[in-house]
Each structure stands twice: as C-alpha cells, then as structure tokens.
Design a protein around this ligand. Sequence first.
Ligand code: ATP
Ligand code: MG
Length: 558
Amino acid sequence: MTENKNESVHFIEQFVLEDMASGKHGGRIHTRFPPEPNGFLHIGHSKAIILNFDLAAKYGGKTNLRFDDTNPAVEDVRFVENIKKDIHWLGYDWEDREYYASDYFPTLFEYAVKLIKKGKAYVDHSSAEEMSKMRGTPTKPGVESPYRNRSIEENLELFTRMKNGEFDEGECVLRAKIDMSSPNMHMRDPVMYRIKKTPHHRTGDQWVIYPTYDFAHGQSDSIEKITHSLCTLEFENHRPLYDWFIQELEIFPSRQIEFARLNLNYTVMSKRKLLQLVTQNHVNDWDDPRMPTLAGMRRRGYTPEAIRRFIYKVGIAKRENIIDLSYLEHVLRDDLNNRALRRMVVSDPVKVVITNFPDELEEQMPSDNNPRDEKAGQRTLLFTKELYIERADFEVDPPKKYHRLKPGGVVRLKNGFIIQCEDFDMDANGKVTEIHCTYFPDSRSGSDTSGIKAKGVIHWVSAKHGVPIELRLYDRLFLDENPLGHPDKDFLEFINPDSLKVIPNAIAEPAILDAETEERYQFLRMGYFTKDPDSTPGHLVFNRTVTLRDSWAKQLRN
Ligand code: ATP
Ligand code: MG
C-alpha cells in the first residue's frame, strides 16, 4: 500500500532489515496472518493483517493466510469464509497460500512422537484439577507429576492409544517434559495434546486428539518456513516455549516478534465477548453495523482506506495503549469527506407549498455530487411547487437570531431558490401540517440577482419526486470508556440502549435510487450514510456511518 511509503521505520521493520542484511534465511522475508476461525475479524485484527502483509510486500516477501484451527469446539466454516472475505475487502491477497493448522495434524503428531522418543514428552493421567494444583504459582515452583517418569515405551503406547480413542475426554493428556520449577509458567510441562471427541470442521472425526495452541502455533510457522512470526504482546512469555520446541525438534527457526495490540475505548474486541453480544441478541449478528468487526464496519460504511490510514497513524509499538474511538472517526470523516456523494434527505418531513410557483413547472437545478471532487460530476435536482423540509427547520415562535424558516422570514433552499413564509396550517395538537411560501424567481442559486439576504440555508426534497427511505442512526454500542474494566460489573451493563435509532419514513432526492450497496454518501447536515444490504427496490435502507461532527466531543466539553 502506498500510504506508508514515507513513514519512519518501526522496531519490527528494523529487526527485519537487520536479518535481511545479515543474510539470515537468504535475505528472505515471509510472514503470515494466523486467525483462529472462531469469530469474525475485528478492527484489532486489521492491525495484524496490515502489518504482516505490508511489511512482507515492502521487501519483496510473501504472506500466508493460516487458519489456526486446533479447537473444533468453537470453530466453524462460516468464520473461515468471512475471514477471507474481510481480508480481501481490506485490500490484501494471500494468492494460493491458504493454509490450515489442521492440515499439519499428521506432522504435529510425528513431532509429538519425536519428543516422546527423546524422553521429552509424557502422557499424564492427572486430572485437570490435580495438574493445576501441581503447577505452582509464579513465585512457587510446581510439583512433578507422578506420571512424569514413565518409560519412553509406555508413553509411546499410551499416546497411540490416546490417538485411537481408547481414553475419554479429560482422562489423560500429553505434556512436554521441561521444568516444573521454571520461573516461566509456560515452561512447566505444558500440555501438548488433549482428547476432544468433537468433529472438526475440516478433518471430521479423523482425530480425537488435538494439539494445543501452544504446540500447534509455533510449529505451523516452522512448517511454512515463516521467517518472522509477528504476534501480540501476550505471547511474549510463550516465546521460550516455542524456541524450546524449535530446538528439540530441530525445525525451521521462525523468529517471533511481539507488538502491542490495538485497543480502542468504548469498544470490546475479544471474540468471546463479541460472540456473547451476538448469541444474546444485543446486536443482530457479527456484521451488525454497531460491531467493531470488519464486516460490521463495512456494512456501516467504513472504507478500507480509512481503516488502513488509521492503523498507520496509530503505528506499531511495543507498549500497550488505548486509542480514542473519536480518533478513528476523525480519520473516517476525512476520508468520507473526499469521496462521499452529496444528497439531500429530509428525515422528519413537513410540506412546503410555493404558492407563486406554476403547478406543472419543474426547475432543473444542476448540483455538484461532491464539491471536493470535480470528477464526481453533477446530478440535476428538480424544484417543484410542493417540497419537503425538516420539521426542525421551521419555528412558529423562534428564538432571536433564528436563521431558518419562520413566519414572515426568508431562507435559502440549498441549490434552489430563496423562499419566504407567508402562513402555515396546524392540526388540533399544534403540529404544523403545511407551510405556505412564495419564492423569488431571480434568486436561483449560482445566478442570484434578487438582492435578498437570506442568512440561513436549509435542505429540501421535491414532494413530487422524493423517494421514501429508512434511516438507521447508530451511536456507540457502549456508554463506558472501558466496558471490560470493571471487575464488579458485567460489560453488558454498559450497553448503550440508544445505539440504534430507526427513522422509517425519511424522504430522499430521487438520485438515491441509483445508490449501490457500500457506496458512500453525505446526506447534507445529517452525516455520512451508506446503503444497507437489507434494502430491496421498494424499501431502501441507509446506515449512518458517522455524524458530520464529533457529537461526543461536544458532550464532553459541556
Ligand atoms: P481475540 O482476543 O480478539 O479473540 P485473538 O488474538 O484470539 O483475538 P486470533 O484469531 O488468534 O484472535 O488472532 C489472529 C491474529 O490477530 C493474531 O496474530 C493476533 O495476535 C492478532 N490480533 C488479535 N487481536 C488483535 C489486536 N487487538 N490488535 C492487533 N493484533 C491483534
Ligand atoms: Mg487467539
């Protein structure tokens, strides 16, 4: 991608440059993005995707997509398909290098046998509870299992029987024989294989033993000859274990480098929590526009360019921090402002009748699709006798300095004419039902010779040509900056009850009929919008991506 060309070199890139300069692996760089298919990708994953793909590409290297699918209980093909779709949407391609840790099950099994034969792994019949007791604490050494000194022959036989399904789930595991008194808890004889009699989404019921993440992850990198295994900081403590496996198995020495994950305030990113939001119907699905998933953000109207620019601006570092959601939205607005087509939509319509406008006349008003982009061209608005304006743009009893429409007052209709309010109708409840105005024929926008000063400009839609649309206005899903940061409270308590507001009967100018899904619009004065895939020809639905200004910042100042 081009936007990073002039960025300074971050610490991972420096390591890569050193390795290339020293001729390690023949100066080759090969990375991978290793998602577990147990959920949709979220904005945090985009940091890892962008880092891995762009870094390798910059130095002529390659990037694999590898599904780390070692836990059949939580994984699903639906997730595999959507992960692929989202990476492509972000703008990246793994060509023919789509791999699965499950494809390596036979190799990993051989690796385990090799360790057993070296006296470096053993079958443990201790219960999970006993094992956890014997593990010790970071300050207290662990205790060796009574099964730790089984003979190599016995271990080989027991492991084969595990593989053949002769034991029940939880009855025994295979453990690495390392050091029960290591200060690093991950080195205290970690579990390598456990029994799971759940069918796997790829290997079916071929296997009843599955490698743990720790036994599969590093080895999969080695099998693929990944030169630089980039991962998030929580794996720093696992590195000695991965290096131990590499050394004992004498396999390709992938170099693991850790970086800080992306954290956003007002946002929950753990897939387990996102799953909970979905299964408990707090949102509609993984691609609900309120979700921080790439699928949700796409549906909401985010562009891949905005996400990439944001990730580059945040940068790659070794220290954890929390980024403001407002900052992401700021980057998004910048991007949308340049690309969004302008349209007029009235969300709460009240009718205006222009009494001096001929009944059948349709004044053609050519209007820029995007004043910031000449190439975006123009569309023609039709100004007619009956129009809709926003109910909120007319005040019967306005405060001082009110510049929109009021009895006797004038206002400019954007890309139209200046109108003056003559009178209006009200129903029994005091609700305005119709406003009667006159217009000034010589006040046409762009060639106004009327000499009339209208201080306010409001948007409008022709009543004759307007198209009904549904608007979905989104707000933050959580009201708390750090929904997971309250040990005494469930994060669900912080869900914003007003995160979705539906406006079923807005009226849009007819050009909206040409909208494509994922095309970006600015509805004047209302925000950026995009067409939702729920739309049908007779029922158009638009999601608000983001407001025009940061309403949360204003709220904080008040
Ligand atoms: P989660 O904790 O959200 O469930 P995960 O780390 O379990 O995510 P994986 O599918 O294992 O999800 O992640 C794939 C890759 O994406 C890993 O290399 C992981 O380090 C990286 N990743 C996940 N979350 C983030 C994040 N917030 N920022 C940067 N990278 C991330
Ligand atoms: Mg994970």
